[in-house]
Design a protein around this ligand. Structure first.
Ligand SMILES: C[S@@+](CC[C@H](N)C(=O)[O-])C[C@H]1O[C@@H](n2cnc3c(N)ncnc32)[C@H](O)[C@@H]1O
Length: 358
């Protein structure tokens, strides 16, 4: 397979997100992209910032709409996904790349940090040894976009093989214990890393296309993101009615560690049973603090059209958020998507909401 695409290889129609990979990432908006597209389609904008990019699903929608998109996320792992699927216009992960990623290089010396540190926690010993090799081979690939596509495939494989698709607990036993199960997909958990990786590499390759403009991926706090944009899309961590914020750094720390492999040993919280990274404080995770973070973000981007994804039972309330947005935007429209649930949400009354301030 040739490693590049040209403009005409992919007939990507405006708003066609069917090639965007399926994901179990918390809070992904993939399933409601059609509704988001419908809500924003008549807004006058060319450039857009997806300030809390996550899987990149909304940045991808914006790219298919022919916009000049900047993807941003605070996690380094997510930044790689933005590079792979948004910034990348044409570079594919070939079979040769995949061979180079899987095979230990005879001339290289490999650390076994994952095998030494995470035995019995997330993956089997054999899988940990495989991860140690692959994680040290990916940085040796040539080309930022190719490396990012390889990280994407590896992250998706890791998420697919985890009970609850998270790294929040030491629960490998759920995969390996010889018990009856009422949930989960043991076949998916036990499918080999190689098989998962190849499947997700193919999904990334299918999704990559040449945008109408150059698009970028950057890594950092949304409040510090550089640049000016006609529209800013804001989809921060959800803080539930019970005041519990979705801690992405806590849920996906293992992916974050893999991208930062040489520094990983020094970043671990040794007091945690599941060897997470030392937690990072964030106003976005705490009710009472996230309201002022919204205020600072609205102020920073007050000259842009603001589009906010929210949940009807989130904290602050929709009414409070609307009042806050009105301080900066004369017109605020609030719409709700009937009945949509997050993949893992048990709260049946929670609805997806979009606030648009112009
Ligand atoms: C609800 S998710 C976004 C989901 C995304 N719209 C999608 O469709 O996949 C929130 C994202 O915000 C990121 N995040 C958390 N704090 C952040 C911050 N201060 N600045 C930028 N991104 C942040 C998390 O890593 C997470 O990926």
């Amino acid at each position: 397979m040739d490693g590049t695409l040209n403009l005409f290889d992919v007939d990507c129609q405006a708003g066609d997100v069917s090639r965007f990979p399926a994901t179990r990432y918390q809070g992904s908006k993939r399933k409601i992209l059609g509704w988001i597209a419908e809500t924003i389609k008549d807004l006058p904008f060319e450039s857009a910032l997806d300030a809390f990019g996550g899987t990149g699903s909304v940045a991808y929608l914006l790219k298919t709409l022919g916009k000049q998109v900047t993807y941003n996320d605070t996690l380094q792992a997510n930044h790689q996904i933005g590079v792979a699927l948004i910034q990348n216009n044409s570079e594919l992960l070939t079979d040769e790349h995949i061979q180079d990623i899987f095979a230990p290089r005879p001339d290289a010396k490999y650390d076994d940090f994952i095998a030494r540190t995470f035995s019995g926690i997330y993956f089997t010993d054999e899988e940990n040894e495989w991860l140690d090799i692959v994680v040290q081979n990916i940085p040796r690939l040539e080309g930022e976009h190719v490396r990012a596509a390889a990280w994407f495939a590896l992250f998706q494989a890791c998420i697919a093989k985890r009970p609850y698709n998270l790294f929040h607990r030491r629960n490998l036993y759920m995969r390996t214990a010889d018990v009856g199960r009422s949930f989960g997909n043991k076949a998916t958990w036990d499918r080999s890393f190689r098989e998962h990786f190849c499947k997700y590499a193919a999904e990334a390759n299918k999704a990559i296309f040449q945008g109408a403009y150059e698009c970028f991926a950057q890594c950092g706090d949304a409040l510090q993101a550089p640049g000016e944009f006609d529209l800013v899309y804001i989809d921060p961590p959800y803080v539930s009615g019970r005041n519990v914020g979705v801690d992405y750094h806590g849920f996906y720390h293992f992916l974050e560690g893999m991208v930062d492999y040489p520094r990983w040993p020094g970043l671990i919280d040794e007091s945690s049973k599941h060897r997470r990274l030392a937690p990072l404080p964030s106003d976005w995770l705490r009710a009472g603090h996230n309201g002022s973070a919204f205020g600072r973000l609205f102020e920073k981007y007050q000259d842009s059209i603001l589009v906010i994804s929210y949940r009807s039972d989130g904290r602050p309330s929709i009414d409070e958020l609307t009042r806050l947005l009105r301080r900066f935007k004369p017109q605020v429209q609030v719409s709700s998507y009937g009945g949509y649930q997050y993949a893992l949400s048990k709260n049946r009354s929670s609805k997806e909401v979009l606030l648009v301030g112009v």
